[in-house]
Ligand binder design. Structure first.
Ligand SMILES: [Zn+2]
Length: 299
């Protein structure tokens, strides 16, 4: 288990052991902290027939089936963009009979906030009165999008977010090449995203980004050219720009008004590109144009 989640895991395991575990758990927390792995491992513990001291045994029939991805009482609802009502109905049907292995039944719903209203409504009765020995684990990083009726029927768990020391320590066990400290602090609270960013062979990585930014500040490249180079990953670039400006703002006790405004501009830009139909490259181009006029941060 990820170090920052291990205490929560032990607490839940203890509750299970004491027969005090709620049948519907809502796990809340941002993306990239390991909620899905947490839920799967906890499901493994719930399904294990011989668990001792909060750990699955790893050798019983239930554990072996789960490791092979064949446990008949373990179910998942995964969504790409939206969880449709048919997916929920199908999942409920699987939970309705008695357990095939005479142990627990577990359903994990990932990105539960992507349930449509009818999906959520279809789930309500099961959340309220599940069949015996059934557990539902709902995961979300956007709880505000969940119906209040769903939230009220679950016990909520706010998953701990690692601090930068925990993230760095964990990263050291996963990645043996040097990483820009600025990049680590950018993803400090979502270590899995950080590792993912490092593992993917990115056309635009943080180094390329910083070089591009310096070229822009020294007029070696113009904003529209840079915006075009970065057009495939506008949302990510905007986040990086916001972060970079945040660092500039933090490092300037004499904070010039123009810099402060630019940081605000970046925050708005990150929000704007989330709306459908927005010309993202244009938004990026506008921000880069303003950054190009910054005189004070050239290094
Ligand atoms: Zn087991």
């Amino acid at each position: 288990m990820y170090p920052w989640l291990s205490t929560t895991f032990s607490q839940l395991a203890q509750r299970k052991q004491d027969n005090k575990l709620h049948h519907a758990l809502l796990l809340l927390g941002p993306q990239g902290i390991g909620k899905a792995d947490f839920a799967k491992q906890f499901a493994g513990l719930l399904l294990c027939n011989k668990s001792v001291t909060g750990q699955r045994c790893g050798v019983c029939h239930a554990c072996l089936l789960q490791d092979a991805g064949n446990h008949p009482d373990f179910h998942e609802v995964v969504s790409d963009k939206q969880i449709g009502v048919d997916q929920i109905r199908e999942a409920i049907k699987k939970l309705s009979g008695s357990a095939q292995l005479s142990g627990a039944k577990v359903l994990i719903i990932y990105a539960a906030h992507t349930m449509t209203e009818s999906s959520a409504n279809a789930l309500l009765k099961t959340l309220e009165e599940p069949t015996a020995n059934t557990y539902l684990l709902l995961l979300t990083h956007k709880a505000e999008r969940l119906l209040p009726t769903i939230i009220s029927r679950c016990e909520r768990f706010i998953m701990p977010i690692p601090d930068i020391t925990q993230t760095q320590a964990w990263l050291n066990t996963q990645w043996d090449k040097p990483v820009d400290a600025e990049f680590v602090s950018l993803y400090a609270s979502s270590p899995l995203t950080l590792l993912d960013e490092l593992q993917q062979e990115q056309k635009i990585n943080y180094e390329v980004f910083k070089t591009g930014l310096q070229d822009l500040l020294h007029q070696r490249v113009n904003p529209s050219q840079l915006a075009a180079d970065w057009q495939e990953q506008v949302e990510k670039i905007l986040k990086w720009l916001q972060f970079w400006l945040h660092l500039q703002v933090k490092s300037r006790p004499d904070l010039p008004n123009s810099l402060w405004q630019l940081h605000q501009h970046a925050i708005q830009a990150v929000k704007r590109v989330r709306n459908p139909g927005v010309n993202k490259v244009l938004v990026l181009n506008q921000l880069l144009t303003d950054i190009a006029q910054l005189k004070s941060v050239k290094k």
